[in-house]
Design a protein around this ligand. Structure first.
Ligand SMILES: [Fe+2]
Length: 261
């Protein structure tokens, strides 16, 4: 697991948009992902974390036929690089996880395509799976605004592409919720299931300074896909879902997280 720390975001509220499951090279990528990119770029307090399956990356060893893809691997890489380039240039990509699709290439050809893409974007250190890290997930530390003590609010977000299946939103929340015992964070995010979902719980934490018990909320989020419905999903009888993803908000005044769906 890689630990990323943002620079101090000097705004009253920061937003993190987790982009994943575009599957470039498989069917068509929804144009809605472009709207999210432009929305992030339009305000300096908005950021992106990339959470895997950016490329379809079919191999002969996998369940899909590479020649049935809508773009060759080099075209998939070019599409991802040109899409993320404005975000990388504006320093809005806070981190990058790989997904199971990109891992197929690692297994089949010992080629880490996410390392290649991040290198081309000029952000190699933002990739959680860099060869010296060998990671699959990330813990992101955000420092936002100025609270009543004049200090930034601190937030932690755990991000992981995810594994497994499940046709209903609850399956995703169970999966991401299973991480809660392993890692302490304020928000837990996974992708992969192509169906957005969100839930919230709280932990009772002792504040040893004041001798009081604090109920500290944590949120569990499953992101949505940007791969248009058809092909594999249709063949598997999966439900069509909108190509949209939750926006994660972090207040720079009162300590407060929110998920906008
Ligand atoms: Fe996936």
């Amino acid at each position: 697991m890689k630990y990323f720390s943002s620079s101090h975001i000097l705004h009253a509220r920061a937003c993190l948009v987790v982009l994943a499951d575009m599957h470039w090279g498989f069917g068509s990528v929804s144009p809605r992902v472009l709207a999210y990119r432009e929305w992030v770029l339009s305000d300096p307090a908005r950021f992106v974390f990339v959470n895997g399956d950016v490329l379809n990356a079919a191999t002969k060893a996998g369940p899909e036929e590479p020649t049935e893809q809508t773009g060759r691997l080099n075209q998939q890489i070019d599409a991802a690089v040109s899409f993320f380039e404005p975000l990388a240039r504006a320093d809005r990509i806070l981190g990058w996880n790989g997904g199971n699709h990109e891992r197929r290439l690692l297994r089949a050809a010992d080629f880490d395509v996410n390392a290649e893409i991040c290198q081309r974007l000029g952000i190699p250190s933002r990739y959680s799976g860099a060869p010296d890290e060998w990671g699959y997930s990330a813990l992101l530390h955000l420092k936002v605004g100025k609270n009543s003590h004049g200090d930034p609010n601190h937030y932690t977000v755990f991000l992981w592409h995810g594994t497994g299946g499940g046709r209903l939103a609850g399956a995703g929340l169970n999966k991401v919720g299973s991480i809660v015992a392993n890692v302490v964070a304020d928000v837990y995010v996974m992708s992969h299931l192509h169906q957005e979902a969100a839930g919230v719980r709280a932990r009772i934490v002792p504040d040893l300074r004041t001798g009081k018990l604090v109920h500290r909320p944590y949120r569990m989020v499953v992101t949505g896909p940007f791969s248009e419905y058809g092909g594999y999903q249709e063949g598997m009888g999966l439900a069509p879902v909108p190509c949209e993803t939750p926006k994660l908000w972090f207040s720079g005044r009162e300590w407060e997280t929110a998920v906008e769906m």
